[in-house]
Write a protein that binds this ligand. Structure first.
Ligand code: AR6
Length: 175
């Protein structure tokens, strides 16, 4: 899917295997290694990412911070803290987290970035709404001035991949 000069792609698989400039971590506010995609990124990325995260120390919900990529293929990791599914402000916080990740790309010369389905695992955010919110925030950002060339949504589960496909089609049908 082409938006101005940028592309949106969907992939199924493990985000830690992607050769992109940056991958997004579904992080916690303390930037500590946890489970899910966060655990996989810290396991594979190694001590360097842990040390940088410890130095930063905190990221509020609905925002993101950037570190190096350690031993991952990706040069950088963008640690985004999504809301929990029970948060009444979940839409706004997820929009802000995605937007912040994309802003960090433009500030750090990142041309290709891959997102997992933030908040849809341990944080329990309903998948259909999370897809809509993440794709809408990305479309809005890519319609503005940006140097980003490619945004990949890398989904780990078939069912989540299907929901993203449906949402992407729905939201781009009349572009
Ligand atoms: N590659 C891509 N996606 C993945 C991978 C992977 N290797 N592994 C899991 N997913 P979650 P959250 C998908 O739980 O809900 C952590 O402990 C998974 O199928 O990783 O934002 C953090 O430290 C799901 O669709 O993140 C936080 O404390 C999506 O990634 C908390 O969990 C997000 O699931 C964050 O919870």
């Amino acid at each position: 899917m082409k938006i101005n000069h940028s592309e949106i792609l969907l992939e199924l698989g493990d985000i830690t295997n992607l050769k992109v400039d940056a991958i997004v971590n579904a992080a916690n506010t303390g930037l500590l290694p946890g489970g899910g995609v966060c655990g996989a990124i810290h396991d594979k990325g190694g001590q360097e990412i842990f040390d940088e995260c410890s130095k930063i120390g905190y990221c509020p919900e609905g925002s993101a911070v950037i570190t190096g990529g350690g031993s991952l293929y990706a040069r950088n990791v963008v640690h985004a803290v999504g809301p929990s599914g029970g948060d009444p402000d979940r839409k706004e916080k997820l929009t802000k987290a995605v937007t912040k990740c994309l802003e960090l790309c433009d500030l750090n010369d990142i041309k290709t970035i891959a997102f997992p389905a933030i908040s849809t695992g341990i944080f329990g955010y309903p998948v259909p709404e999370a897809c809509e919110v993440m794709i809408s925030a990305t479309l809005h950002y890519l319609k503005g001035k940006t140097m980003i060339e490619k945004v990949i949504f890398c989904l780990y589960e078939d069912a989540v991949h299907r929901e993203f496909s449906k949402a992407l089609k729905r939201l781009t049908d009349n572009l």
